[in-house]
Structure formats: structure tokens, C-alpha cells
Ligand binder design. Structure first.
Ligand SMILES: Cc1ncc(COP(=O)(O)O)c(C=O)c1O
Length: 394
């Protein structure tokens, strides 16, 4: 076939955009399933829970009763106010609704934040390993991600000392995620304060991804909003409220940045989904919170089952994950190539996990990420299958 698109000009930035490996694994898993095999899916960052009933009911009512026109680019005022009340109730932090911008998932919030804060060639400090899309967002906007290798010593997180050692005059943003994907570790209040101070000294911005807030086990996450009004915080309805496919999140921006975020959001998105926003109004109702809290306890039970199970197979979990729903397991005692290993685990043991390659360049070959997004019985099957492949008993 004569493929005319092969002669089309491509943007140079595409050279920096890699495939999202977890999606590639998912595609491969579907092929294994099409051959008639049962696959345990522990690759995608999405638990098996469906959206809580009160949220779905609110959406149905809204479809009948509300016009589905565009909303303001900043989102429905009633939802922004509900989010502000949530910060007051849950965190005892006062945030005016005027600083809250509702977005199409936290993905759009990240894009907007990078869009208003970065010029071509500006740098963003971020931990390696970390969420893969961040570095690609930065590249897509002409910025330069500076991946800083971090390990168990700092719980796989940046702190002020590490950031200072890696600072350059082009750094405009230091970014953390707490709890983190892929490591499930949190950043404590003093560390956020230290990073906030450092970024202030350099007229840079601290950007904190709190998308896994609510999903913590045995610890309470505090919000970075406690550490200053100049910090940009992003969050989402995807994970704690189990609304991944509804595509809704938010940003809390410093007051002086909101107008720029609004202008960019108007042009890039017009507005976030009107239906999803009406549905999300039910998120903060006590009956919804009761459902998601019950599910959080279920995720904790899965976590407590899986960590020792993996350790008994020869994986190492250097820092206990206390949030999100991921285990970043060191598999170097079992293989020297996690990429090939993840493919073998999929094609031979029929368990889908994500190789470290997705999360950066800091020894990805030694790690895989396992998402405890399936019930304990399925996790048990997964351990048995991987055990058989390795010739070990869990
Ligand atoms: C750390 C982190 N940030 C942001 C996102 C984007 O999520 P969403 O756009 O669904 O809010 C994800 C998704 O997995 C994530 O893991």
C-alpha cells in the first residue's frame, strides 16, 4: 500500500513523546485474552469498582432536568463551591471557590498549569520514577523535563536538598505527586514546606499532584495548600471517587494565576463536561463518601495481602506504599530486564503488570509496577501463576 502519510511533515517534538507503556501492555493483554486465556489485569491505574451509585443517579437526573450547554471554562460555580467546602471539612483549609478551576481530568489541569507557567526551554524538576505523562506534557509544550533519580532513601520523592542540588536557572517548576504513582509514597508537611520555600526563593512554582488523595492507608495526607497560597495543586474525581472515564478533575491555582488559566482553558477546552460536573456534585454527599471509604478499606486489604505475597516470590518492596493502589516492586533478584520479564509474565503466566520503563530512566530494568486493582482472590491467582513461572511457591 502506498502510505501517503509517511511523507507528511511531523513535529520535532514527537521525537520525545513515547508510547504510554501501560496502554501497550493492555493491548497485548487483550490479544492474549482473544486467544482464549484468562488474564489478571494489574496494569492499569483503575480499580475494578464502578462509579458509586449516587454519582450515577445524579447524572441521570441531570440529563433529564438540566440543559447540557457549555459551562464557564472555570466550571460550574456550585461544583467549585462544593470543592471549597470539601477542603474546609476534610483538611480544615480555607480555599475560596474563586481559586478552584474544574478541568477535564487532572490531565487537563496539568496541561493548563504547564501551559501558563512554561516558556520554550524552561525546565520542570520531577522525580524519576514518576507518572510518565508529566514529562510528555512538558515536552509537548516546548519545556524540558529534568528527571531527578530518587530512591528509597527519600521514599522515592524530591525534597528541598535534592531539588537544590539539581536546580538550574531554567527551572520554573518543581513538581511532586503525593501519594505517588508508581511508588505509593507520600511527602510529609515539612518536606512540602521546604520545597515551597526553595521554589519561592527562585521565583519558581511548586506544583503538587494530589490525585491519589483520599486513598491512603494508616496515614492521613495533608494538602500542600497548607504550605502556601502560591502552590498549584491538582486533583481529580478519577481515583478516590472512581470516575476515571468521566474525565473530571480540578486545579487550585494562586489567585493571580486564575485569569491566565481561564483564558487558556477557554481556548483549549471551552469547558469541562457539563454532565460530569453535575454528577460530581454528588461526590461530597455523606452516602458517596461512605461508599468510597468502604472501597478504600478494601484496597488496603488488597495491599496488605499483596506486599508479603510478592516478597515471598523474591520481589523486593523497598518502601512500604501507603497510598494510591500501586506497588513498585524491585524484581532484580528475578531478572535483569523488567521489560522482557513483564511480557513473559503476561504471555506465560497471564498476569498483566507494567514494566519500570514507563516511569523514567532510573533503573527501570529493575522494577515493575503492580496495581492492586482486583479482589484478593484474583491477586492470589496472580501470585500463584507468577510463582509457577518462577518455580517458587507464594
Ligand atoms: C499521578 C497521576 N497524575 C495524573 C493522572 C491523570 O488522571 P486523570 O486525568 O484521570 O485525572 C494520573 C492517572 O493515572 C496519575 O497517576
Amino acid at each position: 500500500m502506498n502510505d501517503l502519510s509517511s511523507r507528511m511533515h511531523r513535529a520535532a517534538r514527537m521525537a520525545h513523546i513515547e508510547a504510554f507503556e501501560v496502554m501497550e501492555i493492555q493491548t497485548l493483554a487483550r490479544q492474549v485474552e482473544a486467544q482464549g486465556h484468562d488474564v489478571v489485569h494489574l496494569e492499569i491505574g483503575e480499580p475494578d469498582f464502578t462509579t458509586p451509585r449516587p454519582i450515577v443517579d445524579a447524572a441521570k437526573r441531570a440529563l433529564d432536568e438540566k440543559p447540557m450547554f457549555y459551562t464557564s471554562a472555570l466550571g460550574l460555580m456550585s461544583l467549585r463551591e462544593a470543592i471549597a467546602r470539601y477542603y474546609a471539612q476534610r483538611y480544615r483549609v480555607s480555599v475560596p471557590a474563586s481559586r478552584i478551576v474544574v478541568t477535564a481530568g487532572s490531565s487537563a489541569a496539568l496541561l493548563l498549569a504547564f501551559g501558563v507557567l512554561l516558556d520554550d526551554g524552561d525546565e520542570v524538576l520531577m522525580a524519576d520514577p514518576s507518572y510518565p505523562c508529566n514529562r510528555h506534557f512538558v515536552h509537548a509544550l516546548g519545556g524540558v523535563p529534568r528527571l531527578v533519580p530518587v530512591g528509597p532513601e527519600s521514599r522515592y520523592q524530591l525534597d528541598a536538598d535534592i531539588a537544590r542540588r539539581n536546580w538550574s536557572e531554567r527551572v520554573r517548576i518543581a513538581m511532586i505527586a503525593t501519594p505517588s504513582n508508581p511508588t505509593g509514597t507520600l511527602v510529609d508537611r515539612e518536606t512540602v514546606d521546604g520545597l515551597a520555600k526553595l521554589t519561592r526563593e527562585h521565583q519558581a512554582t511548586l506544583l503538587v499532584d494530589e490525585i491519589y488523595h483520599g486513598l491512603t492507608y494508616g496515614v492521613d495526607a495533608h494538602t500542600a495548600l497548607e504550605s502556601g497560597e502560591d502552590i498549584v495543586v491538582i486533583n481529580s474525581f478519577s481515583k478516590y471517587f472512581q470516575m476515571t472515564g468521566w474525565r473530571l478533575g480540578w486545579m487550585v491555582a494562586p489567585e493571580g494565576l486564575v485569569r491566565d488559566v481561564e483564558k487558556l482553558a477557554q481556548n483549549l477546552f471551552i469547558s469541562p463536561s457539563t454532565l460530569a460536573q453535575h454528577a460530581a456534585l454528588a461526590c461530597f454527599e455523606p452516602e458517596t463518601i461512605a461508599i468510597v471509604e468502604e472501597r478504600r478499606r478494601e484496597l488496603d486489604a488488597r495491599r496488605r495481602f499483596l506486599i508479603p505475597g510478592l516478597q515471598s516470590l523474591g520481589f523486593r518492596v523497598a518502601v512500604e506504599p501507603q497510598g494510591a493502589f500501586y506497588i513498585y516492586a524491585d524484581c532484580s533478584a528475578l531478572t535483569d530486564d523488567s521489560f522482557t520479564f513483564a511480557r513473559r509474565v503476561l504471555t506465560e503466566a497471564h498476569v498483566a503488570v507494567t514494566p519500570g520503563k514507563d516511569f523514567g530512566q532510573n533503573h527501570p530494568e529493575r522494577h515493575i509496577r503492580i496495581a492492586y486493582t482486583q479482589p484478593v482472590a484474583r491477586l492470589e491467582q496472580a501470585l500463584q501463576r507468577i510463582g509457577r513461572l518462577l518455580g517458587r511457591k507464594p
